[in-house]
Design a protein around this ligand. Structure first.
Ligand SMILES: NC(=O)c1ccc[n+]([C@@H]2O[C@H](COP(=O)([O-])OP(=O)(O)OC[C@H]3O[C@@H](n4cnc5c(N)ncnc54)[C@H](O)[C@@H]3O)[C@@H](O)[C@H]2O)c1
Ligand SMILES: [Zn+2]
Length: 648
C-alpha cells in the first residue's frame, strides 16, 4: 500500500464510521470495517512516521449529532482493543504479565449497543451523555429518563459516573422492525443501530416507546475505595442496575477461554446481541500501571465473536409456491460462509418487503445468519450500485401452473387448487414431522412420486406397491421396503395429528388438538356454532374448517377409513366444575398444567384472565393481581387445598 492508498482508506473508514456512529445507518458490515481498520493499522505500524492524525486508529469513534446539546464527560470514555483469535488474546495476556506475573481477569459478555455515561450527584441522576468522541458526547438526559432499568435515584451520595451499554433485546428489535415495515419506515440494520438510533432521538416520546435496557460495565470518576473492579461493579449492581447474565472473575487463562466458548454456544439463547467477550484486569492499581493508548485502555480487550453478518451480492429472486398457494420470494445470493455454514439463499417475507427495502437484483446486501434461523437480508448497500441493478417486478402469473395470481398487497396467491405446487406442498406437509411423520418421504421423493403420477393425492400413498417404487430412479429394494413400512406405520396415528396433517387453512397444531379433543371421530359432523364455541377459535378459523368439511367430507371419511386415526376425545366426568370457567393463579404445590388437565377432565374451561364471566379463581401462594380482581368482581375464590377437598 502506498501513502495515497493509505489516505484513501482513512477517508473511506471515516465515512463508514460517521454513517455507523452518527447516523446509525452503516454503509458496510463490521467485518469489512474491521478489515479496513486493520489495513490502516498495519500500514501505521510499518510506517509510524507517516501516520495521519485523522486516522480512525487515533481516536474514539463518535461525533455529536446536530440538534443535541454537547456535554462533557468528567473522566474520558474509551474505545477497546479487538482481538479475533486465541493467539492474539494470549499475546495480550503476555503483555499484561510483563507488568505483573499474577493477576485476576474480570470477564463478561460484550453487548452490542450504544455506549452511555450516567452522572449521579447527591444520589440523583444529573446527566446522561453518549460516548461521542470520548471527551464530549450528546446530552440525552431526558431520553434516558424513559429507560426503566436506569434508576433516577441511587442510594449513594458521592459523585459517580456509571458507564454501560444501552441495548434492545433481539426480539424487541424484530418487533420494532416489523412495525416499521408495515408503517413504511426505514428499517434498522441490527439491534445495535436500533438501540443507538432510539436513544438519540430529539423527540423523547419516541425513545420512551422503544424497549431500551441499560447494562453497566464500568465507572468513570468515583471515590469508591474497593481495590478491584469486580468489587466496585458489585456495588454498582447493588444500587439497582441490571447485571449481565455471565460474569467470571478468575486467575485462570483456561477459565477465560471456557467462558468464551460458553458465550458463543449461548449466543442465540441470550436475549441481547453480543459481539464478543470483554476481558479486563480486575486489580485497579494494575489497571493504572498498565495505562492507556490514545484510544483505549491497555488493561482490557474485546475477544470478538465470528461475524454473523456478511456482505454478499443478490444474484436473483426466485419464487416459491406453498401448499396454501402463497407465493414467496426467495433471495439467491453469492455463496458466503457464515460461522462455517455456506449461505446461498435468504428469506424475504413478501414483495412489500422487497419494495420497502428497495432490494434490486445485483445489489450488494448485508446478510445475517444466527443460529438455526434462516438467513435474511438486513440491509441493501445502495451507495454501491453501478446502475446495472434490476428492479424486482411483482409476479402476475404462478411460476408453477401459470394461472393468474391474486395480489392483495401483503400476500400474492395462486388460487388454482390443482396447481402442482399446492398439491405437492400438501402431500409434503401431510408426511412431515409434526403431521404423519412418515420417514423417508421428504420433498424430493414426493416430487418424484407426483411427477410419475403415482401419488396425486395423499390417499394414493396407501396403495403404493414395491413394483411401482422399484421402477423409480434411485430406488432399491431396501429403500422401497422402508418407505412402504413407514407409510404403513402411519396408520393409527392420533386424530389430532391427522387433522393437522390435512393442512386446513388457519388450523394448526394447537387448533387440531382442540378439535380432536372436543369432537373425537365425529369431528366432520361439527357445525359452525359448535366450532366457534371452542376456546381460542375465531371466525376465520371456524369458517375455514366449515368450508373444508363442506368440500372434503366424503374424501376425508375415506382417508380416515384407511388410516384409522385414534381419537383422544376427553371423557368428561360431571362435577361442580362442568361447564364453568376457571382461572388458576399463584404458585401451586403441583404443576399448573396437571391441575389444568384435571379440571378439564371435570368439564371446566380453564382461562388465563379474570372477568365477570369467570366462575372460580383458584389461587396458590403469592397470588397477585388476578386474585385481587376476583375479589373486586365478587368471583368465587378457592385455595388449592379447598379445591383438593372438593374433588376428592
Ligand atoms: N459497520 C461499520 O461501518 C462500522 C463503522 C465503525 C465501527 N464499526 C464497528 O464498531 C466497532 C468498533 O467500535 P469502537 O471502537 O467503538 O469499539 P467497540 O464498540 O467494539 O468497543 C468499545 C465499546 O464497547 C462497549 N462495551 C460493551 N460491553 C462492554 C464491557 N463489558 N466493558 C466495556 N465496554 C463494553 C462500550 O460501549 C465501549 O464503548 C467494531 O466492531 C467495528 O466493526 C463498524
Ligand atoms: Zn399455481
Amino acid at each position: 500500500m502506498n501513502h495515497e492508498e493509505y489516505l484513501a482508506k482513512i477517508e473511506r473508514a471515516n465515512a463508514w464510521a460517521k454513517a455507523y456512529y452518527v447516523d446509525d445507518a452503516p454503509l458496510a458490515s463490521d467485518e469489512e470495517y474491521d478489515t479496513l481498520y486493520h489495513e490502516i493499522l498495519n500500514y501505521e505500524n510499518e510506517n509510524p512516521l507517516f501516520a495521519d492524525e485523522h486516522s480512525p486508529t487515533k481516536r474514539v469513534g463518535g461525533m455529536v449529532l446536530e440538534g443535541f446539546n454537547k456535554a462533557e464527560h468528567k473522566a474520558r470514555m474509551w474505545s477497546m482493543e479487538d482481538v479475533f483469535n486465541e493467539a492474539d488474546l494470549d499475546a495480550w495476556i503476555e503483555r499484561v504479565k510483563k507488568v505483573k506475573e499474577n493477576f485476576t481477569f474480570y470477564c463478561e459478555p460484550k453487548f452490542d449497543g450504544a455506549s452511555l455515561n450516567l452522572i449521579y450527584e447527591n444520589g440523583m441522576l444529573k446527566q446522561a451523555i453518549t460516548r461521542g468522541d470520548g471527551s464530549i458526547g450528546e446530552d440525552v438526559t431526558e431520553n434516558v429518563k424513559t429507560i426503566g432499568s436506569i434508576p433516577l435515584r441511587i442510594n449513594y451520595q458521592e459523585p459517580i459516573e456509571i458507564r454501560g451499554e444501552v441495548v434492545i433485546k433481539k426480539a424487541d428489535f424484530e418487533r420494532l422492525n416489523t412495525d416499521r415495515l408495515s408503517a413504511g419506515e426505514a428499517l434498522f440494520a441490527n439491534p445495535r443501530n436500533a438501540a443507538a438510533g432510539s436513544l438519540r432521538q430529539l423527540d423523547t416520546s419516541i425513545t420512551a416507546k422503544r424497549k431500551l435496557m441499560f447494562y453497566p460495565w464500568g465507572i468513570g470518576i468515583n471515590s469508591l475505595t474497593q481495590s478491584f473492579l469486580s468489587q466496585k461493579m458489585s456495588f454498582v449492581y447493588s444500587l439497582g442496575f441490571l447485571q449481565p447474565p455471565r460474569i467470571v472473575v478468575t486467575q485462570s487463562v483456561d477459565d477465560v477461554h471456557t467462558l468464551y466458548a460458553e458465550l458463543i454456544a449461548k449466543r442465540d439463547e441470550i436475549e441481547m446481541m453480543m459481539d464478543g467477550m470483554v476481558v479486563k484486569v480486575d486489580d485497579v492499581s494494575l489497571q493504572e500501571e498498565l495505562g492507556y493508548t490514545v484510544k483505549y485502555p491497555k488493561w482490557m480487550v474485546a475477544f470478538k465473536f465470528p461475524a454473523i453478518e456478511k456482505v454478499t451480492r443478490l444474484k436473483d429472486i426466485t419464487l416459491q409456491v406453498g401448499r396454501t398457494g402463497v407465493v414467496t420470494p426467495v433471495a439467491e445470493v453469492e455463496a458466503v460462509n457464515i460461522e462455517g455454514v455456506i449461505v446461498e439463499r435468504a428469506t424475504l417475507h413478501n414483495f412489500d418487503e422487497i419494495e420497502r427495502k428497495d432490494i434490486r437484483i445485483g445489489d450488494s446486501v448485508i446478510i445475517i445468519r444466527s443460529g438455526d434461523v434462516i438467513p435474511k437480508i438486513i440491509k441493501v448497500l445502495t451507495e454501491r450500485r453501478d446502475g446495472s441493478e434490476k428492479v424486482v417486478e411483482r409476479p402476475l402469473n404462478c411460476p408453477v401452473c401459470g394461472s393468474e395470481l391474486l395480489d392483495d398487497g401483503a400476500l400474492i396467491k395462486c388460487q388454482n387448487l390443482s396447481c402442482d405446487a399446492r398439491v405437492v406442498g400438501a402431500i409434503i406437509h401431510f408426511a412431515s414431522k409434526k403431521a404423519l411423520n412418515i420417514d423417508g418421504l421428504g420433498d424430493k421423493i414426493v416430487e418424484q412420486l407426483y411427477a410419475q403420477k403415482l401419488v396425486l393425492h395423499v390417499k394414493d400413498l396407501y396403495t403404493l406397491n414395491s413394483e411401482q417404487l422399484l421402477a423409480l430412479e434411485g430406488f432399491k429394494a431396501k429403500k422401497a421396503d422402508n418407505l412402504l413400512a413407514a407409510i404403513e406405520q402411519s396408520k393409527g396415528v392420533s386424530l389430532e395429528k391427522f387433522i393437522n396433517a390435512l393442512g386446513i387453512e388457519h388450523i394448526g397444531e394447537v387448533a387440531a388438538k382442540k378439535i380432536a379433543r372436543a369432537f373425537g371421530l365425529e369431528w366432520l359432523e361439527a357445525n359452525y356454532e359448535q366450532i366457534i364455541a371452542l376456546e381460542g377459535f375465531g371466525e376465520e378459523m371456524a369458517k375455514s374448517l366449515v368450508e373444508f368439511i363442506h368440500v372434503n367430507k366424503a374424501e376425508t371419511y375415506e382417508l380416515m377409513a384407511v388410516l384409522q386415526p385414534i381419537a383422544s376425545k376427553l371423557e368428561i366426568t360431571e362435577s361442580v366444575f362442568t361447564g364453568k370457567t376457571v382461572v388458576l393463579t399463584g404458585s401451586m404445590s403441583q404443576p399448573r398444567d396437571e391441575i389444568k388437565v384435571m379440571l378439564e377432565k371435570l368439564g371446566a374451561k380453564v382461562s388465563g384472565s379474570v372477568s365477570k364471566k369467570t366462575d372460580f379463581v383458584i389461587y396458590g401462594e403469592e397470588a397477585g393481581s388476578k386474585l385481587a380482581k376476583a375479589l373486586e368482581l365478587g368471583v368465587k375464590t378457592l385455595s388449592e387445598s379447598e379445591l383438593n377437598g372438593m374433588i376428592k
